[in-house]
Design a protein around this ligand. Sequence first.
Ligand code: ZN
Length: 73
Amino acid sequence: MKCLLFNALHYCVSLATTRHMLKELKRAQSYVGTNKATCGCCMKSTHGLPCAHELGQWNILNMAVRLNTIHPH
Ligand SMILES: [Zn+2]
């Protein structure tokens, strides 16, 4: 099954960035869901990447991650 979440990011982000976001997506799918308090938002503050609760929300809404939600460093 194709994941729509990362459709807009093809060829725009590094493999390391994709791996970080896949780990966060797995956290969202396993126990974080859309709960910000459970998430802790570490990925957002340390890497400037969408965190588990954001990915969980966008996944439920069937939205893709937008490139402007990723810090350009
Ligand atoms: Zn979060």
